[in-house]
Design a protein around this ligand. Structure first.
Ligand code: PXP
Length: 250
């Protein structure tokens, strides 16, 4: 189980003042020293947190791997092809949203066409492509047809579910993971995962990579980045060594 940490919200604090601190690239160094397996950043079209400079610098300084989340804006696709991160995760993006609100809507032909063309461009630059999708059969099958290496299952509905709905949402993730593996896709997951809700997801054996941001950066503000990362890594390790689907080990 790989833990990739999304450092966007370090940049959110910087942008609140428009200065040069805190620097998400420095945060990435601490995150790596604490044991993260990769760094995730979302270069949004409106550049509300991560800036082009951050991605460029991160590509030169990261000791692990960079997972670049992005939509299909041509200038960002060009930037990605020039920088060649280990992985691009394609996400839907709406300017008015506070955060990514759901997976790609691959039921729409125009979305499939754009995602397919962007995927081919990125892959021909040697970049591995993952699609952020809802944990549904149709989205998995469309992803397979688009020829991507991986999918990231959107865990937002699981994270937002109340106590009664959570087993249903967890089961959706379990079944999506199984189908994805049968289709030959690597399975990632993320969005809305916290110290409180991560363990049952981390226990799903088909999931190889988690992308977690807001909860870890929030905890880091109080206890420091290295401790925040180590605590999350510990939870993942415990989840993988025992079945936690029936309870909350925290
Ligand atoms: N995965 C994707 C595709 C995302 O867009 C985000 C948020 O940028 C995350 C994971 C991380 O979500 P969170 O900050 O809620 O942990």
């Amino acid at each position: 189980m790989r833990l990739y940490i999304n450092v966007d919200h370090v940049a959110t604090i910087r942008e609140a003042r428009g200065t040069d601190e805190p620097d998400p690239v420095r945060a990435a160094v601490l995150v790596e020293l604490a044991g993260a397996d990769g760094i995730t950043v979302h270069l949004r079209e409106d550049r509300r947190h991560i800036q082009d400079r951050d991605v460029k610098l991160l590509m030169r300084t990261a000791r692990t791997v960079v997972n670049l989340e992005m939509a299909t804006a041509p200038d960002i696709v060009d930037l990605a092809c020039g920088l060649r991160p280990h992985q691009v995760t394609l996400v839907p993006e709406r300017r008015e949203e506070v955060t990514t609100e759901g997976g790609l809507d691959l039921s729409r032909a125009e979305v499939r066409q754009t995602i397919g063309a962007t995927t081919r461009t990125l892959q021909s630059a040697g970049i591995r492509v993952s699609l952020f999708i809802d944990p549904d059969t149709a989205a998995l099958e469309e992803s397979k047809d688009l020829g991507v290496e991986a999918v990231e299952l959107h865990t937002g509905e699981y994270a937002n579910a109340d106590f009664a709905e959570r087993p249903y949402e967890l089961d959706r993730l379990v079944r999506a993971g199984e189908l994805g593996r049968e289709l030959g896709l690597d399975i990632h997951a993320g969005h809305g995962l916290t110290y409180e809700n991560v363990s049952p997801v981390a226990a799903i054996p088909t999931i190889e990579e988690l992308n977690i941001g807001h909860s870890i950066v929030s905890r880091a503000v109080l206890v420091g980045m290295e401790r925040a990362v180590r605590e999350m890594k510990d939870l993942l390790r415990i989840a993988r060594s025992q079945d936690t689907t029936e309870g909350n080990p925290t």
